[in-house]
Design a binder for this molecule. Structure first.
Ligand code: CIR
Length: 270
């Protein structure tokens, strides 16, 4: 099973005006500049439009300041889509509009139920594996329900030791190439994942946690601008894997704990 192959569709959701009230782990030293954040998100959307055949824009919902972080609302596994029960109560209503879109797309839509909570930022897929970060947002009940809902996938919980989500410190460049932050948490979590993958995969480490969150869109990898040491490592690996690299600044979204993966939901071409 290939996760990082061609894509058919991407879902994105623009920044609401209320984005300034988005949840933040730490108050930023310089407050979010909405216009700048909006421009960064628009630039991201433009790149997604260039690289994914079909892009669906779900209208922003002012009642949900974090709704642009659409990744957290669902997990796509082939034709199956599991609609999350988002960890933060203030965000829970974001998922309904996304369920409707997947229903229209003809996906088989499943739902997580209480007491399960899960954010898509805690879900990393590689080959037939789905790794689920146990974090302040995602719990074991979600892992148990995912195992029931997706019996064909190998589902492994990973304990999140640092950051908001599993993908705050790691992501994947390819089905057999993990990318992780070169720190104690990144190394420990990468070791658990490599162990489950059974020696068939390797991990690339970068010095910056934020730079360990990348998005693979076809044969292009989007990386965060502004982290030169990590970028140099990623350039070398991309060349080796025959992938193009595109850098995008997301500094304003980072202030609300956003990263690159969180701004889209990707549907593989089947
Ligand atoms: C939150 O705290 O839920 C949002 N401010 C950030 C969510 C980022 N999501 C992600 O990386 N998947």
């Amino acid at each position: 099973m290939t996760i990082y192959g061609p894509l058919s569709t991407a879902l994105v959701r623009p920044l609401p005006r209320s984005f300034l009230n988005a949840l933040k782990k730490y108050a930023p030293s310089v407050p979010i500049d909405w216009k700048f954040a909006h421009e960064q998100h628009e630039a991201y959307t433009e790149v997604v439009r260039q690289l994914v055949p079909s892009v669906m824009v779900v209208p922003a919902d002012e009642a949900f300041p974090d709704c642009c972080f659409i990744e957290d609302t669902a997990v796509v596994s082939g034709r199956d889509v599991v609609i999350s029960r988002i960890g933060a109560e203030s965000r829970r209503g974001e998922s309904e509009a996304i369920a409707e879109v997947f229903q229209k797309l003809g996906s088989t839509v499943h739902r997580l139920h209480a007491p399960a909570t899960l954010d898509g930022g805690d879900v990393l897929q590689m080959k037939e594996h789905i790794f689920i970060g146990l974090s302040e947002r995602t719990n074991q009940a979600a892992v148990d329900q995912m195992i029931q809902l997706l019996p064909d996938r190998k589902i492994t919980p990973v304990s999140v030791q640092d950051g908001l989500h599993l993908k705050s410190v790691l992501s994947a460049l390819a089905d057999d190439v993990l990318l992780a932050a070169d720190n104690a948490a990144g190394r420990a979590m990468a070791a658990e994942i490599l162990d489950a993958l059974g020696g068939d995969a390797r991990c690339v480490f970068v010095p910056d946690s934020i730079a360990a969150n990348v998005v693979r869109l076809g044969s292009t990898v989007l990386i965060q601008a502004g982290f030169p040491a990590s970028e140099a490592i990623l350039r070398e690996v991309a060349q080796e894997l025959n992938l193009s690299l595109m850098t995008l600044p997301m500094s304003e979204l980072i202030k609300a704990d956003g990263a690159l993966t969180c701004c889209s939901l990707l549907v593989p071409a089947l």
